[in-house]
Write a protein that binds this ligand. Structure first.
Ligand code: DON
Length: 331
């Protein structure tokens, strides 16, 4: 009786935005069946491919969540955004951009082909594996834990808790990742790595294995939407210039060889990971209509069933729908 009354009450206080998001998540959940779990990292196969969840965090403090929101997952390639940010903060933007370019590849995230094809052999961008491994090699420190300490500190400054490493996923990737080793050896030959290959790869596998939640993704996206500043404290956590550079790369390279389509149909910076997470960033919009999150927001999506490019299949469809309904596009 009492429980029923509480549920009734909760229902009454649900916002219209929340009701819409609940419906959209339910609707797009069926598309999870069209995707596949990542299998080249054996432990990622243990995820439930039916899961789909979303968390939206506004710069104004409003949050909306729906679907499978309570499942921890590893950050995977989304970490590349934050190691790039940390490397720029440690070494300076021009130093980092001397070693990694800012051009989309139009190739798969783990492609090695474009390294051979380009005259200078400089990795195309920090979000394909070749570029990300190069950036990781630039991090200061003599051990992988030392190298990752500033990344953990940055995440802690944003999330207000210190995320942990999923050691099983880390081991699962480092025991099997022959492709990343091949890319690594190639980078040694071209002279772009600034740390020993084994140390660099260990650091890279660890950064990919940091465990986070959907709420964390939304929070990370919200700080980027606000150009690196925490709206509650007005503290600049990421320098504005670096936050903007990271967002421009997310827009052009964040979804790998689907980045063009994502920019055309969703229209906001985003970065995916092979465990099924996507962080998306909707900056403030200058509109006068009654649209949600006009002040900007971060969006986290989790759906481990992936499309051929390695992006969450239902997650992209859900983001596309929300961006259209709420006019989130930056264009
Ligand atoms: O390098 C790898 O294979 C992974 N640890 C990260 C790749 C990834 O998340 C690609 N994203 N869609």
């Amino acid at each position: 009786m009492v429980q029923g009354a509480i549920n009734q009450n909760t229902k009454l206080t649900k916002s219209w935005q929340q009701n819409y998001v609940d419906d959209w998540v339910k609707f797009y959940s069926k598309h999870t069946k069209e995707g596949e779990l990542a299998s080249y990292i054996p432990l990622l196969k243990q995820a439930d491919k039916n899961h789909l969840g979303i968390s939206i965090m506004g710069i104004n403090g409003v949050t909306i969540e729906s679907g499978d929101v309570g499942i921890p997952f590893t950050i995977q390639s989304i970490s590349k955004v934050f190691t790039f940010i940390v490397a720029c903060m440690e070494r300076g933007v021009s130093y980092v951009l001397n070693r990694v370019d800012v051009e989309p590849t139009g190739e798969a995230f783990n492609s090695i082909m474009h390294l051979e094809m380009k005259k200078l052999k400089k990795p195309f961008n920090p979000f394909v594996n070749a570029g990300a491994i190069t950036v990781t090699s630039l991090l200061n420190g003599k051990t992988s834990d030392e190298k990752l300490e500033p990344l953990f500190r940055l995440l802690e400054d944003i999330l207000k808790y210190r995320p942990v490493l999923n050691v099983d996923i880390f081991k699962s990737e480092s025991e099997t990742s022959v492709r990343n080793r091949a890319i690594g050896y190639y980078l040694v030959e071209t002279g772009y790595l600034e740390s020993k290959l084994e140390l660099t790869l260990e650091t890279y596998f660890k950064q990919c294995s940091i465990e986070i939640s959907l709420q964390d993704l939304a929070h990370l996206g919200m700080i980027l939407a606000n150009d690196g500043e925490d709206p509650k404290t007005q503290i600049e956590i990421i320098p504005r210039q670096v936050a903007r550079l990271a967002k421009s790369l997310m827009l052009t390279c964040g979804m790998y060889d689907a980045s063009g389509k994502f920019a055309a149909y969703v229209g906001i910076p985003a970065k995916s990971g092979v465990s099924g997470g996507i962080v998306a960033v909707a900056p403030p919009r200058a509109r006068h209509e009654d649209l949600p999150f006009l002040e900007g927001c971060g969006i986290g999506v989790y759906g481990p069933a992936l499309d051929k490019q390695g992006n969450s299949i239902a997650g992209i469809k859900l983001l596309r729908h929300i961006a259209k309904q709420w006019d989130l596009s930056i264009f």
